[in-house]
Design a binder for this molecule. Structure first.
Ligand code: TXA
Ligand code: MG
Length: 326
């Protein structure tokens, strides 16, 4: 059931969450599959609906920074600086967890992922939930495990079925999932790149951001960090623009059932579907998952993607593309 978001449907969704049900939730990054973070039985339904292993922790979404102490045992100074700079917005912080709180959601970790989304519908829903005594909402991306994240309400319905109550908040503006910073190791560690870049993180907190392979203990399981993820049905291949042109030229009229996401229209026949890849990283991030879905829906067997530049603002898009191609 897709409901356009308004005061009545938001109130209905908040009650559903309080009553232990799941809700499809728009955020500025991607759509989430939401449940009351402290209701272990409701959270278990998320893992079932997604087909996600129960030891992959979920992000708890909060209406404001005031709710952080309910879930986090401690907030290092640099993490507070990131909250002040980027919340509400597409940034998730991993913090030491309050013992005994949101245990199922944390997937067995003694840490907790917290994020305060900026999407107006997410904000309204989280505030309505808080008024009903639900102070955190766990929400992984609303896709089946390993598949492409949804950026529209229709995507959520096609992933999870017609019975789910989905609030329609339009197309997600960012299009890729939040940047995740692990704040439990004394230094900020980048677990997942996103719209907020490592350069912005470093500027806001005055610390160097480490990569996850630079820290000694293994990072907790993070499905968004598995090598193969975000995979459409079609096989994704990453190439330079020159390679795309050369291979298409070599195939000539034999190029069939092929999707191409590249900045410039290649010289191709009817068997190839070209979609334009923006040269602006934010626009390409916005388009990425819906392009993969659209080409899948057109039945192509392969998707050839022009690999964007190895520049800081492209880190999030390149990360998702490498996983989609793995
Ligand atoms: O933008 C987003 O973050 C979206 C929207 C819906 O808010 N949510 C999202 O959730 O991407 P999900 O579950 O698809 O990805 C969450 C990532 C996973 O890689 C998970 O393992 C990691 O966050 N994560 C959550 N809690 C963690 C923890 N305590 N320690 C380490 N990683 C954690
Ligand atoms: Mg996900």
């Amino acid at each position: 059931m897709i409901h356009s978001a308004n005061a009545a449907t938001v109130a209905q969704a908040a009650q559903a969450l309080r009553d232990g049900q799941l809700v499809g939730l728009p955020t500025e990054t991607v759509y989430g599959l939401a449940a009351n973070a402290t209701d272990d039985a409701a959270v278990a339904q998320i893992f079932m609906a997604k087909g996600r292993p129960a030891d992959h922790p979920l992000i708890v979404h909060v209406a404001s920074a005031a709710q952080v102490p309910l879930f986090a045992a401690q907030v290092p100074d640099f993490a507070q600086g990131l909250i002040d700079a980027f919340w509400p917005g597409p940034l998730t912080l991993i913090l030491p967890r309050q013992p005994g709180v949101a245990t199922a959601s944390a997937g067995g970790q003694d840490s907790i992922g917290l994020r305060c989304p900026s999407h107006p519908v997410a904000q309204q829903l989280l505030q309505a939930c808080a008024a009903l005594g639900v102070h955190g909402v766990s929400a992984p991306s609303a896709n089946r495990f390993g598949r492409v994240s949804p950026t529209t309400a229709a995507h959520v319905q096609s992933e999870l079925g017609a019975d789910l109550l989905i609030l329609d908040g339009g197309e997600c503006a960012v299009g890729i999932e939040s940047t995740i910073i692990d704040c439990t190791r004394g230094e900020p560690v980048l677990l997942r790149p996103g719209h907020i870049t490592r350069v912005q993180i470093e500027a806001a907190c005055g610390r160097a951001v480490l990569d996850k392979d630079e820290v000694s203990q293994p990072a907790p399981r993070a499905s968004g960090t598995l090598e193969s993820h975000y995979a459409p049905r079609a096989k994704v291949r990453l190439m330079s623009a020159q390679d795309i042109d050369a291979k298409l030229h070599a195939l000539g009229p034999h190029a069939n059932n092929l999707g191409v996401w590249a900045a410039k229209r290649p010289d191709v026949g009817a068997g190839v579907i070209w979609l334009e890849q923006s040269t602006v990283s934010e626009q390409a991030a916005h388009d990425l998952f819906s392009v993969l879905r659209a080409l899948d829906a057109r039945g192509v067997q392969q998707i050839w993607v022009q690999l964007p530049p190895d520049a800081p603002e492209w880190e999030g898009v390149r990360d998702r593309l490498h996983r989609a191609a793995a």
